[in-house]
Design a protein. Structure first.
Length: 208
């Protein structure tokens, strides 16, 4: 399972073939089954092959992380608020005001059952499993963002692909700096929850 050929086939299946297949029309139950089997495989490889431990790393630079994250969030807030106001002002913060219980429920479900698994797959597994394939680390991060965007191909929305590519860049850079799944998951959750809050949830598959 550690040979280059095996990992190359694994990479192709997990990050290219499966995401593209999810954009095709076939049973949602088959898609869920493929996703679940793939996720269990990734967890097992992380634990048994890559010898990763799911625990909070010591000496994390929390102050620097929060400073950088909120600085980026401020920029995102300004840009996305303006975008929603200009394109569909009626949806601006509509979920918060009209369906506050749904808003809280979705933020909880999204943070714990969507964000963390995504970061395990697209940051933790990717960085530990395929880092040795690339001598150019900028290319490695850029490719990660492309693959993360590809994972959202099933939305069939160009803006979603652009947003997830940019998000993928931010998350990959954060993981490269911190080596922490927890920190990058927190960052991912903050930005994703904001997009739902500001009124871009329907585009990203949130119930509204």
């Amino acid at each position: 399972m550690k040979t280059s050929r095996y990992r190359a086939i694994e990479f192709l299946a997990i990050y290219i073939l499966i995401p593209i297949s999810f954009a095709l029309n076939y049973s949602i139950w088959i898609k869920l089954s493929i996703g679940l089997i793939g996720f269990v495989y990734i967890i097992l490889v992380l634990l048994k092959v890559e010898n990763q431990k799911f625990k909070l790393a010591k000496q994390l630079q929390w102050k620097l992380f929060w400073k950088e994250t909120f600085l980026k969030l401020a920029i995102i807030v300004l840009l996305t608020t303006f975008f929603v106001w200009k394109t569909d002002a009626q949806t601006l913060f509509s979920v918060v005001f009209n369906k506050p219980k749904l808003w809280v429920f979705i933020l909880f479900i999204y943070t714990f059952f969507s964000v963390y698994p995504q970061e395990l797959v697209y940051r933790t597994f990717y960085f530990h499993r395929y880092n040795s394939f690339f001598t150019n680390k900028i290319l490695f991060i850029f490719l990660n963002a492309i693959l993360f965007s590809l994972a959202h191909l099933f939305f069939r929305n160009v803006l979603v692909l652009i947003l997830t590519f940019l998000g993928g860049l931010l998350f990959a850079i954060t993981y490269k700096k911190t080596k922490s799944t927890i920190l990058v998951s927190i960052e991912h959750a903050i930005y994703g929850c904001w997009l739902f809050t500001v009124g871009m949830g329907e585009m990203l598959g949130f119930p509204t």
